[in-house]
Design a protein around this ligand. Structure first.
Ligand code: TXA
Ligand code: MG
Length: 342
């Protein structure tokens, strides 16, 4: 299949027409690029799963223009979810609510709930308006890989497999949306993102909140509340090792032992932590928004160099987008333990 890359209003109209015809198209959102299809059509949704190689038990996020479309396609929003949506949509927040109305079961992997989000990216909004259907869209990558934050990333991963990539420039946030379940008196963050638990608690007041209780090991045999929490996810092909600043000496000692012929790459945000040649260092900004925006491009860029290993200096800050970045890194790689290194 030939893949077209388009932009602008002609591109948006072409993508909207393909969506209405039951095809899949890649499009920009403020978080990451999505691979969209009509959420009311099982045949279209099955193309998403097939294109990504996504396990059929992992449900998809449905994108809508806002609360009105959400209610038109899925029924009234529960009261508390509606309060949160009124304050934070459009934006990088996905709400898990009971499924109803016109959303097809394949989107929800057959489950009783559906994940809804109104993206803030103007191109995504215009595409949703042009398509005039709710659009289910996971990140536009092969299942388990790093999410794309540019049209080029989508091309590298999916060209030849989809008819169209709508280019809306690099994603401003760079990490996937927060996934939250809002109940009667409690909130569960199933996937951390740019919208934090504190943001939601500010709106709802006296609620109980918890983050990521599904951080239990997958081996426990319990079903995951959100399969995006599966242990290997967001991952480059190269072996990826995460380390704390305190382990820097141990990392350097390990690299010295490997001798010539072993090339490592490093993602750092600290001027004091960088590797000497022939190794390569990708320096990200030491602020949460800049780090999040650049992280997936850094992982892809270093992965393309086919190094023997990618090392990542773990963020230590707990504010803003840092926990979301750490969460994705934890699934993209494993912790550096000198004794366990290959
Ligand atoms: O930022 C984003 O959310 C991007 C853009 C394209 O909007 N989309 C995205 O989709 O990251 P995906 O499929 O890569 O991740 C969706 C996450 C997964 O962790 C999935 O398990 C969870 O949302 N999810 C979807 N439906 C759910 C449901 N009904 N209950 C719980 N978790 C759900
Ligand atoms: Mg994904």
């Amino acid at each position: 299949m030939e893949t077209r890359v388009t932009h602008g209003s002609a591109g948006i109209q072409a993508a909207g027409a393909l969506l209405r015809a039951g095809e899949v198209v890649a499009f920009p959102t403020e978080t990451v690029y999505g691979l969209g299809a009509d959420a009311t059509r099982g045949d279209a949704i099955r193309k998403i799963y097939a294109t990504k190689g996504r396990p059929s038990h992992n449900p998809l996020i449905v994108h809508v223009t806002g609360i009105d479309q959400a209610q038109a396609v899925n029924g009234l929003l529960p009261k508390n979810a509606r309060r949160v949506a009124e304050a934070l949509w459009p934006g990088p927040l996905t709400l898990v609510i009971p499924r109803g109305g016109h959303i097809c079961p394949e989107v929800a992997a057959g489950g009783p709930t559906v994940a809804l989000r109104a993206p803030a990216h103007p191109v995504a909004q215009q595409l949703l308006a042009a398509a005039n259907v709710p659009v289910a869209a996971p990140s536009a990558n092969i299942s388990g890989h790093t999410s794309p934050t540019t049209a080029q990333h989508v091309w590298d991963e999916l060209h030849g497999k989809i008819p169209l990539i709508l280019d809306g420039g690099p994603c401003a946030v760079g990490l996937e949306s927060t996934v939250a379940e809002v109940g009667e008196d409690r909130i569960r963050i199933l996937r951390p993102g740019a919208v934090t638990l504190e943001h939601i608690l500010d709106i709802l007041g006296n609620f109980k909140g918890s983050i990521n209780p599904a951080q239990m090991p997958a081996a426990s045999g319990q079903p995951l509340a959100s399969p995006g929490l599966l242990d290997r996810h967001y991952a480059p092909d190269s072996s990826t090792f995460l380390f704390d600043p305190a382990q820097w000496d141990a990392v350097r000692a390990y690299l010295r032992e490997q001798g010539p012929g072993f090339t490592a790459t490093l993602i750092s945000y600290s001027a004091d932590i960088r590797l000497p040649a022939p190794h390569r260092t990708f320096m990200l900004p030491n602020d949460d928004a800049g780090y999040a925006r650049g992280l997936y491009d850094a992982l892809r860029t270093l992965d393309a160099m086919r190094p023997n290993a990618i090392f990542v200096l773990l963020p230590v800050n707990e504010r803003g987008l840092w926990p979301a970045a750490t969460d994705r890194l934890r699934r993209a790689g494993r912790y550096f333990h000198r004794k366990e290194m290959p």
